[in-house]
Design a protein around this ligand. Structure first.
Ligand SMILES: *[C@@H]1O[C@H](CO)[C@@H](O)[C@H](O)[C@H]1NC(C)=O
Ligand SMILES: *[C@@H]1O[C@H](CO)[C@@H](O)[C@H](O)[C@H]1NC(C)=O
Ligand SMILES: *[C@@H]1O[C@H](CO)[C@@H](O)[C@H](O)[C@H]1NC(C)=O
Length: 602
């Protein structure tokens, strides 16, 4: 929609109009992200206007000028229309809601939250269900507009599926855009430790290895500091409004707009989306309708510990997931898993070949002239590729092939797959995680490295890969303080119990965390376990899990305490899915896999 309209800056406002600080120019946006060359200049002009006008007025409106009319939107306005993007399903609607920029100060201006909707098709509409795909930093509008019918197969057809781009992200305004345009943030981190990962030597007790890690950590820290200073200069105060507290308030506010004042809040969140979910249900315990959290992160760790200390808890299943990958690889054999060299090979033998290769790369990085973007394959990058792969079983065949090619001297596929698995989205992710995290003292490089060495030795060899893949680090350099922080309690008694879903071999959100959060909620939650590897149960969906989610959304039915869902078919994803399914089951299974695959690409 923004493609057809222009959002006018302050000077076009009617005389009696109040001013919104959300001044923007989407003509630049509609020309595509590639043309923001003058972005800095424009920001300077707009910032100047903003200063002049906020001195004169404070306001609650958002001003839209189209070809034939000027429209003024107020807080609480919702607008729907057809979608104009690509890949949208029939019947999907696109729109936005105008919400307070700052819920503690309604005079601070407005935010425009981009929404997608796919309406209930059952004839028995029960409300709206909000979705969040995680990140943080991932847009979510597409979940309704591109995935609506498939999400219905997962959750049942009684709800309007609502996707939204959280604050700072996607089409929502204001947007977190610290660097001057597309590619510039990536250019900034390309070929640094933040892109190719940390090189960890094979002998963790060797002091030289520790020194080498400290050296890399100092570089990483200076890079975090630099990018956050860039962000302070370009975004300034606007960064304060991007955190999870405000995203939770947006969901509550928009639920009331769509379903009526005080209506129950329904929500389905994955990964970081479970942090948002814990904020949401604890901030609004009396509003909780049907809430499902899959792939659980502990909101207490998230808000109180610096990110470099999360691995102790978050990566306790990384090794289990790695072993599952290797044993599934051995099971399907060389035809589908190129790392296996013969049928029924011992999975430990396959793993030790991979580990020797990564060790070799530590001393001899591989030149990769034929990758889409030429580069080198370092041990850190190979570790990143492997970690991204164990998070996503859908990638197993291709990751095995890419690694096997690299082991035979051609690292081009490995480099390409690894780069595709990281999402560079400016600092949209930091803007959320750093606003959520309580102000922290800067740790020394030695403190950070010693923590990682401990995790490497006692928990998982993927410790530092987690740190590069999950870019929540460096928040001690974050330049702003949000208007509100939420610090619990995290165990409110909820109006309706929520459903927590964990799988047994999740390399980044382990079952143990699902159990912890479930225990904390007492009778206000129930845990459903699925026996599979990958990040979130949805990564490797089962009909049992889908059946339980549908029953829960239908009428609040909880699974029996202690329910463990088995996988359907092989842990190594079969391109055709499991055999012997009824037509309806096949549709459900394919729908869930389709949503999971789409999430991988976003
Ligand atoms: C690892 O390094 C320590 C300290 O330098 C050394 O004593 C030990 O022999 C090394 N271990 C191996 C397997 O090389
Ligand atoms: C890169 O491609 C060229 C041309 O196809 C080929 O000769 C060369 O062997 C390739 N290099 C590697 C390292 O794969
Ligand atoms: C919530 O947790 C706190 C601290 O662990 C505890 O004191 C309190 O009793 C718990 N509240 C409920 C409702 O379980």
């Amino acid at each position: 929609m923004t493609n057809h309209h222009s959002w006018e800056a302050a000077e076009k406002l009617p005389r009696d109009g109040l001013i919104s600080p959300v001044v923007n120019d989407s003509r630049a946006r509609s020309r595509g992200r590639a043309s923001r060359g003058t972005w800095l200049g424009r920001m300077a002009v707009l910032a100047g206007l903003y200063l002049v006008y906020t001195a004169a007025f404070k306001g609650h409106i958002f001003f839209e000028k189209t070809a034939d009319a000027s429209i003024v939107y107020h807080i609480g306005d919702v607008k729907w229309g057809p979608c104009t993007g690509e890949g949208e399903v029939e019947g999907a609607e696109c729109g936005f809601a105008i919400v307070p920029l700052d819920y503690t100060d309604r005079d601070a201006g407005v935010a425009k939250i981009a929404l997608g909707r796919y309406k209930s098709t059952s004839g028995n509409r029960k409300g709206s269900v909000f979705l969040n795909p995680g990140g943080p930093g991932s847009p979510g509008k597409w979940l309704a507009t591109q995935m609506g019918p498939y999400v219905h197969m997962l959750l049942g057809e009684d709800y309007d599926v609502i996707g939204f781009d959280p604050r700072g992200i996607g089409e929502t305004e204001p947007q977190t855009q610290c660097f001057p345009g597309p590619g510039t943030h990536f250019a900034f981190i390309a070929n640094t430790v933040l892109e190719h990962g940390f090189d960890v030597g094979p002998n963790l007790t060797d002091p030289k290895i520790r020194d080498h890690l400290i050296h890399q950590q100092r570089e990483a820290d200076a890079l975090w500091q630099t990018q956050m200073q860039v962000c302070e200069q370009t975004m300034g105060d606007k960064l304060r409004y991007m955190g999870t507290v405000n995203i939770a308030r947006d969901i509550e506010f928009i639920t009331s707009l769509l379903d009526g004042e005080g209506a129950p809040i329904n929500y389905y969140g994955l990964s970081y989306g479970t942090v948002l979910g814990q904020f949401l249900v604890n901030m609004f315990p009396d509003r909780v309708g049907r809430v499902v959290l899959d792939g659980v992160v502990d909101a207490v760790d998230w808000t109180t510990l610096p990110a470099y200390k999360w691995g102790r808890h978050l990566q306790t299943s990384s090794e289990t997931a790695y072993k599952r990958f290797m044993s599934a690889c051995a099971e399907v054999g060389p035809l589908r898993c190129a790392l296996a060299k013969k049928d029924n090979e011992d999975p430990d033998v396959i793993m030790s070949r991979v580990e020797s290769f990564i060790e070799h790369l530590h001393f001899h990085p591989l030149a990769v002239p034929n990758a889409t973007a030429p580069g080198i394959l370092t041990s850190g990058r190979a570790r990143l590729l492997l970690f991204a792969a164990i998070e996503a079983p859908e990638l197993w065949s291709i990751a095995a092939l890419a690694l096997d090619m690299a082991m035979n001297g051609d690292g081009s596929a490995a480099l390409d797959v690894q780069r595709a698995s990281i999402h560079y989205d400016d600092l949209q992710r930091s803007a959320i995680s750093c606003n959520d995290n309580t102000v922290l003292n800067a740790p020394t490089a030695e403190e950070v490295v010693d923590e990682h060495l401990w995790v490497l030795e006692h928990v998982t060899r993927f410790s530092l890969a987690g740190m590069v893949l999950e870019t929540d680090f460096g928040c001690h350099h974050w330049p702003v303080t949000p208007p509100e922080r939420f610090s619990g309690p995290w165990n409110h008694t909820l109006r309706n119990p929520i459903l927590i879903v964990s799988n047994t071999a999740d390399p980044i959100t382990p079952l143990a965390t699902g159990q912890l959060v479930n225990d904390r909620f007492g009778s206000s939650s129930r845990l459903l376990v699925q026996d599979s590897a990958g990040h979130c149960a949805l990564a490797m969906p089962s009909l049992c899990m889908i059946g339980n989610m549908r029953a829960f959304f239908a009428d609040g039915t909880l699974p029996e305490e202690g329910t463990v869902c088995p996988m359907d078919g092989s842990q190594f994803p079969d391109p055709d899915g499991p055999s012997m399914l009824s037509v309806e089951d096949k549709k459900r299974f394919e729908s869930a896999r389709r949503v999971a695959k789409a999430m991988l690409k976003k």
